[in-house]
Design a protein around this ligand. Sequence first.
Ligand code: SF4
Length: 277
Amino acid sequence: MAKKMAKSLAKKAPRKSSGGKPSVRKVLAKAKAKAGKAAGVKPAAKRKQAVAKAAQNLSPGASPPMTTAEIAEAFRRLAAANPEPTTELTYTNPFTLLVAVVLSAQATDAGVNKATPALFALADTPARMAALGEDRIRDLIKTIGLFRTKAKNVALLAHKLVAEHGGEVPKTREALEALPGVGRKTANVVLNTAFGEHTIAVDTHIFRVGNRTGMATGKTPYDVEVKLEQVIPKQYLRHAHHWLILHGRYTCIARKPLCERCVIADLCHWPGKTVAA
Ligand code: SF4
């Protein structure tokens, strides 16, 4: 059924992207992602029954947990639709990534990307950033929310990297979290994106997707992070972070999720989804 849909979409897809419509490549990738299924995923009717039964023991609106097979299938599809996901922040090395992530707290990646080219042109290493100084940094990032605190933290962390880490970004969580302005989430992004570690930085998007779908429910980002690390198949852990962020940012959006365009809609256990299982 899904394979047929992929073929029919391939015929219907426009040759070029125009007027904000998805490109042919994206349409085909999504259709391909929906085609096929991982071993162990029960037929839709049986899944629907199981979800309804599990929901009886939960508070209204809560999502029953996805099964191991459903989670594996969800990642198979997300991977098929976007095989090499990455951060949308602009960076050139681990240090500029670290700074960009610090600047992105309570700000959009697009907003950060507008300010960082000028900043990184002047200072793309800890030594240069430390030499640039807090006042210049503040001036260069003043379009980003909380810029005063962030400028202070960036200047301090640059000094600390020079003084304690030989001007390099450390590769351990402990050392990263000891830097000014760096918490668990920022450390996880740097460990994952710069150093290839299998970490998951639970931001607002991943928190929402984990709870809504039933993939990993929890009251805090840390709960969701730990559960995701337990349930995501190993082969998907390297990129899981980006697949979930991008899914939350562009499809499973906060106010009105685009369930009709969602490649994992039939696997999602959220009672509020707008497409049937
Ligand atoms: S079906 Fe809707 S609620 Fe569920 S993951 Fe997809 S977009 Fe989110």
